[in-house]
Design a protein around this ligand. Structure first.
Ligand code: SF4
Ligand code: SF4
Length: 358
């Protein structure tokens, strides 16, 4: 290809969203007066100009195959106005400006096996991280956990039964994305990495790996005459941060990589300042293909929240009101030594609030 034919790279983020928006959304941008929730999965937005648009939300998985996308877009062309968007929780939303289109659109989606819901005080679609498909450090398959849990929570997605909205997240490693919802299901490594010494010299940049460790547990070492690394296992907090820059630091393990369940945190409070999530269950078996142990714990927390929280209390607000001892009592989760955060380094290195400190 001649140089003149080459496309200019665009490296400044995502394209302008306005070109993809429903014309009524473009026309009324910044002029919305109020919105209503006519039924689960449907939003009605009313503009100051008098225009009204309806949004219909259907649950879809984060990683969609091309056949499903074609099916969804064909529904959008036939039953909606041909405009869709995907939400941050990977749900598809159709926008229509005619109320008469809402019910046929819902029927078309449900006839094809899609589930309409996920608005207001429902359990929204679990947001999942990328897992084996795109990422280089997962310790489990995030989409599998999401699928098995949503299969059991689907009625809560379709209805408005919760005191407030519930956002659940997964995280397939212990250090990066995921884990900000009302309930988070995160991987938890429970043993230090095992080093494949023969590979270290070929694969890893040792200074990078040494610098990665948050507790300075990794040192350069010569093993069998070759440059390698060693780990001070007394210091290691089993975070897995050394695995991405150095895959021979094998930390994933079918038996010792577990799941941990956390609640509260940034997204989980309606009326208080941001806070960290708290660990409520540790060492839960990472048990594919259906993860029954983790699912049972999530369902138990949701049941108690549904029965015990006041209207509009998010999970964090509910726990703040009843207190942690009562939370463990009602959910039947054992409180163990693993729930006590005794890592003193956090005092110096983690900023525990969003307030700027000088
Ligand atoms: S949670 Fe970790 S392993 Fe999973 S996609 Fe994010 S960075 Fe990758
Ligand atoms: S797992 Fe974390 S704490 Fe342990 S050696 Fe690796 S980076 Fe350091």
């Amino acid at each position: 290809m001649a140089m003149a034919d080459m496309r200019e790279p665009i490296e400044s983020g995502c394209p302008d969203g306005f070109q993809y928006m429903h014309p009524a959304m473009r026309k009324n941008f910044g002029m919305w007066k109020y919105h209503e929730d006519p039924q689960p999965g449907v939003l009605k937005h009313v503009s100051k100009t008098g225009d009204v648009v309806y949004t219909v939300k259907a649950g879809t998985q984060r990683i969609l195959d091309v056949y499903t996308i074609r099916k969804l877009t064909a529904i959008g062309d036939k039953f909606a106005d041909g405009y869709i968007r995907f939400t941050i929780r990977s749900n598809i939303e159709y926008t229509v400006s005619d109320e008469a289109k809402v019910q046929p659109l819902i029927k078309a989606l449900e006839d094809e096996g899609f589930v309409v819901g996920g608005t207001r005080n429902s359990v929204a679609m679990i947001s999942h991280t990328q897992g084996w498909l795109h990422c280089d450090i997962p310790g489990t398959d995030a989409s599998g956990v999401v699928k098995s849990m949503m299969d059991e929570l689907i009625d809560e997605f379709k209805q408005w039964n919760m005191p407030n909205r519930v956002h659940i997240t997964t995280s397939c490693c212990q250090i990066n994305c995921g884990g900000q919802g009302d309930i988070a299901i995160n991987i938890q490594h429970t043993k230090p990495p095992k080093i494949a010494h023969d590979l270290v010299a070929n694969v890893c940049e040792r200074p990078t790996v040494v610098a990665r460790c948050p507790v300075a547990a990794i040192r350069p070492a010569m093993v069998n005459g070759k440059p390698s690394l060693e780990v001070d296992e007394k210091k290691c907090i089993c975070c897995g941060a050394c695995f991405p820059p150095c895959p021979p630091m094998q930390i994933n393990d079918p038996e010792h990589s577990k799941l941990a369940i956390w609640v509260g945190g940034n997204h989980s409070n309606a009326r208080s300042k941001p806070s960290f999530q708290k660990l409520v269950a540790a060492g839960v078996p990472n048990n594919p293909p259906r993860w029954p142990e983790a699912t049972a714990i999530v369902k138990r927390i949701l049941k108690e929240y549904k029965e015990g929280a006041k209207d509009w209390e998010r999970i964090n607000d509910w726990i703040d009101r009843i207190g942690w001892p009562r939370f463990f009592e009602v959910t039947g989760l054992p409180f163990t030594k693993y729930h006590i955060d005794n890592w003193r380094g956090a005092r110096n290195s983690l900023n525990a609030s969003t307030h700027i400190r000088f």
